[in-house]
Design a protein. Structure first.
Length: 443
């Protein structure tokens, strides 16, 4: 069997394994059984992304006030599992020029809400709150870019029960796109199709990518954008495509623009002014759209739905690496191998390798500096997921021959990484805010 055919089989097997979590559906009963069926939203930010998508497709607006009310009364605006639940609102409104988060006024998820005469939950104001909603529209505290992208891809399913599983399944599509871009990026550094395919398989199955190919979070899309943009910078140098990817990512999560700055700086170092300009224009369009949405919802381009709150960088950085519930090294032990291979990789690849490392370190540094570095209720190092493949690219230079002790140790870490993330992906809802091995042993 030739290398090209075997590499295709490896990639095909990876795509199938990434698909398996999509077929696992959560039982509505108390026993947490796995059933075979269409994928559904679980928790965390997922229902709050979906409710914005639902509002865009069914109401044609971004005002979520009526949609959350519908959820409390049994509607499926936030997904089937949230129907009739006391779902807190991830919303914000402007009152007399002041941004008022819903969480500052009302009791949150898991707290004791009042109920109406039909025993349906009613948002209950905090005893120490002096604000009120009045008739102001409620807009999401999450950037609208992700729901807009999903709306463009699912517009024919408005009002259909298939909207929820379709929106979740698009995460798998994004992971397949990321796989293709990873292959192109790896082949910049390694001519062997088989070795590239093996490393792609390891990155996809040995990291939280496996989990997020099933979850409805924007990070899997940001990962696909990041890998495709860096691959294009090192190969085709298609500036419009690079800028469009960064612009879309910025609409989903504004700090993503930092990767665009890194790529623009690379174009400046190359003195490639055509690349610089062709990349800048679509990036600036994305940023302008983001500011325009701010103005539309909150009356000012400087009012963002999700305000930045500085945290302690050293705490965030250490936790994102070593935390048992969100640390990269504990969720993807293959990261140890990549870290050990970086010096050799940089020596061999020069500027190309430095570009990847700067991309990873800059985005990692920003997320570590954020007060909510853990990403809230989620699986693993969610917020740095978009740049995890950039950090793992040097695995292409690791000795996978199985002849030496270090090579066998590397294979052991690879198998452990796949085991950890397999448990975290199948089923995907059991290991949120905890390590999959801890959850598995405890169960």
């Amino acid at each position: 069997m030739n290398q090209k055919l075997f590499s295709r089989l490896l990639l095909g097997a990876t795509a199938v394994l990434l698909l398996i979590p999509q077929l696992c559906s959560e039982s509505n009963g108390p026993d947490d059984r796995i059933t075979i069926g269409l994928p559904k939203i679980h928790s965390g930010d997922e229902p709050h992304y979906f409710i914005t998508l639902y509002s865009l497709l069914n109401d044609g607006d971004l005002d979520l006030r009526n949609n959350y009310q519908s959820v409390h009364q049994g509607g499926i605006d936030a997904g089937v599992r949230m129907s009739g639940q006391a779902l807190d609102h991830h919303t914000i409104w402007v009152q007399e020029g002041t941004m008022i988060p819903w969480a500052d006024v009302y009791l949150g998820w898991g707290e004791q809400w009042n109920v109406d005469e039909q025993s349906r939950p009613v948002p209950t104001q905090k005893s120490n709150s002096h604000h009120s909603r009045g008739h102001s529209p409620e807009y999401s505290t999450h950037p609208a870019g992700y729901p807009f992208v999903l709306a463009a891809l699912t517009f024919g399913l408005a009002g259909s029960d298939m909207l929820e599983p379709a929106a979740v399944s698009l995460s798998w599509i994004a992971s397949i796109w990321a796989m293709s871009s990873m292959m192109a990026l790896l082949k910049t550094f390694q001519l062997s199709n088989l070795k590239c395919a093996g490393v792609v398989m390891l990155i996809c199955l040995g990291t939280p990518i496996w989990h997020y190919s099933r979850a409805m979070f924007c990070e899997i899309w940001l990962l696909a954008f990041a890998v495709a943009a860096f691959s294009a910078m090192l190969n085709s140098q298609n500036g419009f495509w690079i800028g469009a990817l960064i612009g879309l990512g910025t609409l989903m999560k504004p700090p993503f623009a930092l990767l665009g700055v890194v790529l623009l700086f690379a174009a400046i170092l190359q003195r490639n002014w055509k690349l610089f300009l062709s990349t800048s224009i679509p990036m600036l369009v994305g940023m302008a759209l983001m500011l325009g949405l701010n103005y539309y919802m909150f009356g000012s381009i400087l009012r963002s739905p999700q305000s930045w709150r500085w945290g302690n960088f050293w705490v965030g950085a250490s936790e994102l690496m070593f935390s048992p519930s969100h640390g990269l090294l504990l969720f993807a032990p293959i990261s140890f191998l990549a870290a050990s291979t970086w010096p050799e990789f940089l020596e061999r690849t020069g500027g190309h390798g430095r570009l990847l490392l700067i991309g990873f370190l800059s985005y990692f540094g920003v997320m570590a500096s954020w007060e909510i570095w853990d990403g809230g209720y989620c699986y693993g190092p969610r917020l740095i997921l978009p740049v995890v493949p950039l950090f793992l690219i040097p695995l292409i230079d690791f000795d996978w021959s199985f002849r030496s002790l270090s090579s066998r140790f590397g294979w052991g870490l690879a198998m452990l990484s796949i085991l950890i993330n397999g448990l975290g992906a199948i089923p995907y809802w059991r290991a949120w805010n905890q390590h999959p091995l801890v959850q598995w042993i405890g169960s």
